[in-house]
Design a protein around this ligand. Structure first.
Ligand code: ADP
Ligand code: MG
Length: 683
């Protein structure tokens, strides 16, 4: 093992370590420790000093201490279950060593009479006499225990002693990896090498030393690794040659003439970006990012029509069937009659599905809409040229890459997302793509007015709702999210429905996760046709759906949501021309902190700004959608604390890209941190 002078040692499984058997390995595997490298990031929380500290007379009760003693007399009781006892002493006093569940022979062996030994353990006192029970260490050779021991948050089944042994073994055998950073970068971290940094990371003196150079170097390694992987994927995809898509802009203008609004400048600019990519001979892999309600759908449909005109097929994937149908209906309205489009839905009859599959194969259908069903194996396209993926924030880098591969080389890819990602994270989340951003909201939009209300002011809220309904407006009523139980979640929405239905008979509809898709669509369609005035719902309305006539949203127990999530929910209203309101309801008076949070929301309608603030308040782990985003969380790096390192890595990646640096020199870094050999197997 010692001779492995590269990262293979670190990527070996744990049984390669002395003293780790199958059992320990299984225990650690459950904690997502799969190899030696993973173990390095389980950091010590505190430490125990086991250097010889005291004479017996100076011992402190209840502390772990190490002393040199001379055993004087054995007391081995004849009664079972009573512990074996050894009376010991030094020049200053007496102490008893107590052993439960031990054999006499063993005790005699480790504590021979009249020979000095060192023992270490927690000191207690019994009937005025010091004692030490089942000492952790007993040794004639005190060099073994005169050390400082790290305390790790232990996993059941593994003792501190074993754990320290394992870690020390790894630290002793760390391979000397050749430095991947330039001198220029290394200087910023006081030239700390990777090896030294890891050793220092486990040095008890350095516990919680987040600001030190070695710590920052390791955090930076991690950030840069993720940036390089993304950048490489992006480069590789860009190199893929495809057939250029040739189209004129006539259909484009036909659509625009059908709209009762003008495209915003950002929508136009995004279309120019996309069209340029479609025409080019290189594959497109682009993200269209824009806040809720910024009008991404229309941009994607116009570009889809361009692709269809050029003779290729298009596939649009949405996260829910409701959303897929909404896009399909819009396309039906906007596209010329001679363009054949289809909706792939779980509602389809078998025969219907067969027909769609056949017609996609024969190039009779030019565009298909659906959920991930559009990527089933049995769906074969005659000539797929464009994949559009809506609200893709649940896909990570690798999933996106897979999708892109699936379409084949001629297939351009557009992803759309409203999830605002804080700036520091853009590169790790979207670094594999080109990005077009729609910042500007359609000009007819009025800012949603946001209010907070205590639950005991329900009567006021109901009065307000009544007035809105009389004016012909529609209301979303979002019930408390009860995380602990889907059942309760569902129940609370049912209760609210009953309550409101009494007040507004026949005007209230209910939507929750347990309702079948068919039924859901029916309800939503009726709501869209204004057959209902209030839609009571759990958070399933969050993603994408577009009801321009709804202009009030009431969110109960609003403190259960993150700011970004509240912003997404709020984005369901204010899509038409009428003034919209969002009422956040709370069970009890807000704390100072909660007030601060809500004020951010009241004062801003900008999703990016809100997500930055949300991240600062809650930490990035809790950000909306972040956990499901597929973005692996960092081990050391923290997007808030280490903003400077993220910016540094961003600068560096630009340099790497511009100078076309051979990333071979980062091979070990990428292999260790991304568990992937980008050079061989990702791309
Ligand atoms: P999102 O970006 O959240 O997906 P949508 O594409 O669903 O937003 O658009 C939201 C609403 O805004 C839709 O009703 C759409 O018709 C409308 N819309 C889109 N672009 C404009 C515009 N330039 N001016 C006015 N309304 C627009
Ligand atoms: Mg959308």
């Amino acid at each position: 093992m010692k001779n492995m002078n590269n990262c293979d040692y670190l990527l070996s499984d744990l049984t390669k370590l002395n003293g780790v058997g199958k059992k320990t390995m299984e225990i650690l595997k459950k904690k997502k420790v799969n190899n030696i490298f993973d173990l390095l990031w389980r950091l010590p929380k505190s430490y125990t000093d086991r250097s010889i500290t005291s004479n017996i007379c100076d011992l402190q009760i209840n502390k772990v201490q190490t002393i040199k003693i001379i055993p004087k007399k054995y007391q081995f009781p004849r009664i079972r279950n009573l512990p074996n006892r050894v009376n010991c002493e030094d020049e200053t006093g007496k102490i008893d060593c107590i052993f439960f569940n031990s054999y006499e022979g063993y005790v005699k062996k480790i504590l021979p009479l009249n020979e000095q030994v060192s023992i270490s353990g927690k000191i207690s006192s019994y009937k005025g006499k010091y004692q030490i029970t089942n000492p952790t260490y007993v040794s004639k050779d005190n060099s073994i225990i005169e050390t400082v021991h790290n305390k790790y948050s232990l996993t059941e089944g593994i003792t501190e002693k074993t754990y320290n042994k394992i870690i020390n073994q790894i630290l002793k055998n760390l391979p000397k990896l050749s430095e991947w950073h330039d001198q220029r970068i290394l200087k910023k971290f006081d030239n700390e090498s990777w090896n030294n940094s890891i050793v220092k990371l486990h040095d008890p003196k350095n516990i919680n030393n987040y600001k030190s150079s070695f710590y920052k170097r390791l955090a930076y390694d991690e950030i840069l690794a993720s940036f390089i992987v993304n950048s490489e994927i992006r480069k590789k995809i860009k190199k893929i040659k495809k057939k250029s898509k040739i189209f004129d802009q006539k259909p484009h203008y036909e659509i625009i003439n059908k709209l009762n609004f003008k495209l915003t400048n950002d929508q136009k600019a995004s279309l120019i970006d996309i069209n340029k990519d479609l025409v080019s001979k290189n594959k497109m892999f682009r993200l269209l990012q824009g806040d809720v309600g910024s009008g991404k759908t229309i941009v994607s449909l116009i570009s889809a029509l361009n692709v269809i005109t050029s003779g290729f097929q298009v596939s649009l994937m949405a996260p829910t069937e409701i959303l897929a149908r909404q896009h399909y209906n819009l396309a039906k309205k906007l596209f010329a009659k001679n363009i054949s489009i289809a909706l792939l839905s779980s509602k389809n009859e078998r025969i219907e599905i067969k027909k769609i599959i056949n017609e996609l194969k024969n190039n009779k259908i030019q565009m298909v809409f659906g959920t991930h069903a559009v990527f089933q194996k049995k769906i074969i396209f005659a000539n797929l040229g464009y994949i559009i993926i809506d609200e893709q924030h649940k896909f990570g880098v690798r999933q996106r890459k897979l999708l892109s591969d699936k379409g084949g080389n001629n297939c351009d890819v557009l992803l759309m997302s409203a999830t605002p990602i804080p700036r520091t994270l853009t590169m790790s989340v979207y670094g594999d793509m080109d990005v077009s951003i729609i910042k500007e909201k359609p000009s007819n939009r009025k800012e949603v007015k946001t209010f907070s209300k205590l639950e005991n002011k329900m009567d006021d809220v109901l009065k307000f709702v009544k007035k809105e309904i009389i004016d012909g407006n529609q209301v979303f009523w979002v019930c408390p999210l009860i995380e602990e139980s889907k059942k309760l979640d569902h129940q609370s929405s049912v209760n609210k429905y009953k309550f409101l239905n009494k007040l507004f008979p026949n005007k209230v509809a209910l939507l929750h996760g347990k309702i079948e898709n068919d039924e859901k669509e029916l309800i939503l369609n009726k709501f869209l046709n204004k057959e209902y005035s209030i839609l009571v719902s759990t958070t399933i309305i969050e993603v994408g759906i577009d009801f321009p006539n709804a202009n009030v949203i009431i969110i109960e127990n609003a403190n259960k949501f993150g700011l970004s999530q509240l912003h997404q929910l709020r984005g369901r209203v204010g899509r038409g021309t009428k003034q919209a309101s969002c009422i956040l309801m709370f069970k009890s008076n807000l704390t100072v902190n909660a007030k601060k949070r809500i004020n951010i929301l009241k004062n801003s309608n900008d999703g990016f700004e809100i997500s930055e603030e949300d991240m600062k308040l809650r930490g990035f782990g809790d950000l909306l959608g972040f956990k499901q985003s597929g973005v692996k969380s960092f081990r050391l790096a923290d997007p808030i604390q280490n903003e400077d390192l993220f910016l540094l890595a961003e600068k560096e990646i630009r340099i790497i890209e511009q100078q076309n640096t051979d990333i071979n020199k980062y091979k070990s870094l990428l292999k260790l941190y991304d568990q992937a050999d980008i050079i061989n197997d990702i791309v």
